[in-house]
Write a protein that binds this ligand. Structure first.
Ligand code: PMP
Length: 357
């Protein structure tokens, strides 16, 4: 059928493809980097005590209770915190707010596959910078004139952590543009570059409650930066939709961020399962990067990654696979509970031995 006239004016985009969310109960879900443990107990208490008559009222537009709890935890002013509906919302707002110079923004060629989607939807020109052969980021690539920079630390899906010194080198070389560091996975063994925020007013650090705080389903992300950066982001946000985060989420998020002990315990459990899983994967003939996140980017040696992915899926074990150059040789495996990982290893052994299910 011929294109309708109105279609010429449509904003056409190729959307981001999120990982599958299978609904069956017996699935082992290691494909979207969720946390296998429940959120902090204070979250349950908020839900139990919530008076539904509060739903009559709009939520506070600046999510004050949550913004203040985050500010206290990270020792910054509330005016330095921006919260959004997941860090996807935060990053999207940041792209819209800061990447307007018309110059290309830079990010790695292997990275979070939402960055090019946001660039496309907002019509932001971009250049991708190849990773080195060991999959690390070369800071020299980020020293040419640009309209902004973003990359995750640790990077995704490689899991490789870069140093705060390397990030400072990039921020220092780019005082004329906004540099965003997406720290979705920083709590699993990395050092945050948040301490640089006081020194550089062009640095925006983005984190999420989806991974280390077990709240992917609540959708909470935040950015910390100079008061000036945050004010600009709020101006854009309040020009689109003031009430993005609902009241229950704000209260649950505030309780979660206050429980430091639970947070540390949950993160350290995942780190220890991750390190144990590395040993086991090595025995099974996989090679992998030294992930400092809650997933392992592993390359099978005995069979193709695609074949293993398909076989695991038949056994109701979901991991992430991309049929794309370079990364098609790898599987990204989220670190689950010890029990889930043991089931994964048993299945991998079976698959590699050629047993059918
Ligand atoms: N950044 C990176 C690098 C991610 O992997 C993810 C998770 N898909 C996000 C941001 C977004 O996470 P969320 O919107 O759940 O905070």
């Amino acid at each position: 059928m011929d294109k309708q006239k109105w279609e010429e004016g449509v904003r056409k985009v190729v959307p981001y493809t999120p990982g599958e969310q299978p609904q069956a109960a017996d699935v082992i879900k290691l494909n979207t980097n969720e946390n296998p443990y429940p959120p902090a107990p204070g979250v349950r208490a908020v839900l139990d005590g919530f008076d539904e008559s509060r739903m009559r009222l709009y939520p506070t537009p600046d999510a004050r209770v949550l913004t203040e709890a985050i500010a206290e935890r990270y020792r910054v002013k509330a005016e330095q915190v921006f919260v959004g509906v997941g860090s996807d919302d935060v990053i999207s707002m940041a792209f819209l707010t800061f990447f307007n110079s018309g110059k290309p923004i830079f990010f790695p060629d292997i990275t979070y596959s939402f960055y090019d989607v946001w660039a496309e939807v907002y019509r932001i020109p971009y250049e991708t910078k190849p990773l080195r052969s060991d999959l690390t980021i070369d800071p020299e690539d980020y020293k040419a004139e640009n309209g902004g920079i973003i990359f995750p630390n640790p990077n995704a899906p490689t899991g490789i952590l870069e140093s705060v010194e390397m990030i400072e080198e990039i921020v220092k070389a780019n005082l004329g543009s906004v540099v965003m560091i997406d720290e979705a996975y920083i709590d699993f063994g990395g050092e945050s570059c948040l301490r640089l925020v006081e020194k550089y007013d062009n640095l925006l650090v983005i984190q999420t409650f989806s991974k280390s705080r077990s709240m992917a389903g609540m959708r909470i992300g935040f950015a910390i930066g100079s008061e000036k950066l945050i004010k600009y982001m709020n101006d854009v946000k309040f020009s689109i939709n003031s009430y993005t985060m609902n009241t229950v989420t704000q209260l649950c998020g505030a309780e979660a961020v206050k429980d430091e002990e639970y947070f540390r315990e949950s993160v350290s459990r995942i780190i220890s399962t991750r390190e144990r899983s590395k040993h086991r994967l090595k025995e099974l003939g996989f090679s992998f990067t030294d992930s400092k996140s809650n997933f392992i980017f592993a390359r099978p040696e005995k069979m193709s990654a695609k074949e293993i992915f398909t076989e695991l899926r038949k056994r109701n074990i979901y991991v992430r696979y991309w049929d794309k150059p370079v990364i098609c040789d790898y599987l990204r495996i989220t670190v689950g509970t010890d029990e889930e990982m043991d089931k994964l290893f048993a299945a991998l052994e079976e698959i590699q031995n050629g047993q059918t299910c």
